[in-house]
Design a protein around this ligand. Structure first.
Ligand SMILES: Cc1ncc(C[n+]2csc(CCOP(=O)(O)OP(=O)(O)O)c2C)c(N)n1
Ligand SMILES: [Mg+2]
Length: 567
């Protein structure tokens, strides 16, 4: 336990004469001590948020103020995904906080760590319908790992540390702290405040020797073993050990959409076009760091063979064998587990050399990748979306973070633009939420200032949070945006006519009007130079590409169709 330096904590407008500190000014020090370096916020009248955020900025934390609280949560989500750290948002009471709900729900389903500090009406008003009084705790409970109301002002540091621990331990996720105005404004004696240490070391459970033996027996006896990984690889920093494992054993790899690029898709053992055949035919699947949901067909037939045997490795006990029982279920950290598997299995059996099955999968991938894409040279107008994707594929820097938002837009892009580094294909995750594009790109740029960030979005997708370009411009975050403008919500064949048409709107003018760089493209030959200018821009930029509104992407929802070549 350490004691506050009262000089650092005094509200300049407040209790200078006394030794007291205003409760909400404790946030800066505790968040900094927890290792937080950035937060996304919107202030409000009368809420406890202004001095709290000011104390954070004074403590050296960078504050990014936004135009919509939902976007703040999506920024925190993008930031968390690309930094591996916990995203933090601060919102004002009532609607200021409930506006963040969708972004928090996205993070919950995507198992991404986040703390939402939501101001709340004073407890002294409880039940009186005071200004902006809402039961925010109940609103957030279904979409967070934990929700707490801070009733005791001196416990703010402890509650923040608790929220951080809850967000970052086991399966990651958001935590909500409800902060009543009257509690936040309370004067405190700095000698009576408990200051917890930082996050400390989190447990990294390993596979027991007994289970390692069982896994080795199962995999060595298998005819068609496969590795399937998800976001657990990112949260445990297991990229290197995953590569060593795949290369050492020669086992083929499939990933969830969220971690595409964790082993570049140019790597022959990262399956792309043949991944659905691989899951259908594998007799043993080693699942690491992902849980069954609609994207992976709940690990069930027909996506997987009816008799497939699963090894299921996850940091979260609840997720091991959930819905689909595992033959060998293990609670372990992905990186630790992969290192153990490398030591036990790596190089020991060279499955690729002896398996026609793996050779066939790899050959199919190579053949599909080499196929001439007729759309690449399609000069027709309106622009074929696949022509646009071809140009993006040519120009996208291999280290780019690539955020994708939209329906047809995503469907066209995910099949035609490969992923060569982690952070390609950042989306809302399993929640399928439109409008995440611009905010997630901003959060990713905050996390990775030196990487190019490109966001490809539908014209509908731009509409939800396009105003956050103002945030990007104000904070000098030079994201590059591309609108696949098909004049509406989805394509004409997909969406029909009811509530679909938006027209070929001039979204580039919104961006240039706010101080960014905007261009519109209607001819195929204009795409490449416009993208080059946008990528070279030092300010946030947007290329508004008008494509054929009758072009509908084949296949079903993300990964659900089960057809060859979908994700
Ligand atoms: C927040 C949210 N609202 C509504 C939907 C339903 N929805 C799915 S796709 C879509 C239209 C997307 O249009 P656009 O962004 O232009 O992408 P396009 O399919 O045209 O490429 C809508 C409204 C959703 N998924 N998320
Ligand atoms: Mg559209």
């Amino acid at each position: 336990m350490s004691v506050a330096n009262p000089e650092q904590l005094l509200d300049p407008a407040g209790a200078e004469a006394s030794n007291e500190v205003m409760a909400q000014r404790l946030f800066g020090r505790i968040l900094r001590d927890q290792g937080v370096d950035s937060l996304f916020f919107m202030l409000g009248m009368g809420g406890p948020d202004s001095p709290a955020v000011t104390s954070c900025i004074e403590a050296g934390i960078k504050g990014y103020y936004v135009r919509h609280e939902g976007a703040a949560a999506m920024m925190a989500h993008g930031y968390a995904r690309m930094s591996g750290k916990c995203g933090v948002c601060v919102t004002s009471l009532g609607p200021g906080t409930t506006n963040a709900l969708t972004g928090v729900a996205n993070a919950y389903l995507d198992a991404s760590p986040m703390i939402l500090l939501g101001a709340a009406a004073p407890g002294t008003w409880l039940g009186r319908e005071g200004y902006q009084e809402q039961d925010q705790l109940s609103v957030f409970k279904p979409v967070v790992k934990a929700a707490h109301r801070v009733e005791v002002a001196s416990r703010i540091p402890e509650m923040v540390a608790l929220a951080h621990h809850e967000a970052m331990s086991g399966r990651r996720g958001p935590v909500y702290l409800d902060l009543p105005v009257d509690v936040m404004d309370r004067p405190l004696d700095p000698d009576n405040i408990f200051w917890p240490e930082g996050l400390g070391e989190l447990p990294k459970p390993a596979i027991s020797e007994h289970d390692l033996d069982r896994i080795a027996d199962l995999v060595e006896g298998a005819e068609r073993p496969l590795v399937m990984v998800g976001s657990g690889i990112v949260w445990s920093g297991a990229e290197k050990s995953l590569r060593e494992f795949v290369e050492g054993t020669g086992l083929p790899l499939v990933t969830t959409p969220q971690v595409r690029g964790v082993l570049p898709e140019a790597h022959e053992l990262t399956l792309t076009a043949s991944r659905n055949r691989a899951t259908r035919e594998a007799d043993v699947v080693i699942v690491i760091g992902t849980r069954p949901n609609w994207i992976n067909a709940h690990f069930r037939a027909p996506r997987f063979d009816r008799d497939v045997r699963f090894v299921n490795v996850n940091i979260e006990p609840e997720d091991v064998g959930r819905l689909t029982p595992a033959e060998i279920g293990v609670v372990a950290d992905a990186d630790v587990a992969l290192r153990q598997l490398v030591a036990r299995l790596g190089g020991s059996f060279g499955i690729r050399e002896r398996s026609d099955w793996v050779r066939g999968l790899v050959a199919k991938d190579v053949e599909v990748a080499r196929r001439e894409n007729p759309a690449a040279t399609d000069e027709s107008t309106p622009i074929n979306p696949l022509r646009m994707c071809h140009e993006i594929k040519q120009l996208l820097p291999s280290d780019a973070i690539f955020v994708v938002d939209g329906h047809e837009t995503l469907e066209f892009a995910r099949r035609s633009i490969p992923s060569e580094s982690l952070g390609n294909y950042l989306t809302s995750g399993p929640n399928g939420c439109m409008g995440v594009g611009v905010p997630m790109a901003i959060g990713a740029q905050v996390a990775c200032p030196d990487r190019p960030v490109v966001v490809l979005m539908g014209d509908g997708g731009f509409g939800w949070h396009g105003m956050e370009y103002d945030t990007a411009i104000r904070h000098e975050l030079p994201i590059t945006g591309i609108v696949m403008n098909n004049a509406g919500f989805t394509s004409r064949p997909t969406g029909g006519s009811t509530g679909r048409d938006l027209g070929y709107q001039r979204y580039e003018r919104v961006v240039s009007g706010l101080g960014g760089q905007g261009e519109r493209v209607t001819e195929p030959a204009e795409i490449r130079p416009a993208l080059e200018r946008a990528l070279a821009a030092t300010v946030p930029s947007l290329v508004n590409i008008c494509v054929d509104q009758d072009a509908a992407a084949p296949g079903g929802l993300l990964g659900a169709s089960g057809i060859e070549g979908t994700w």
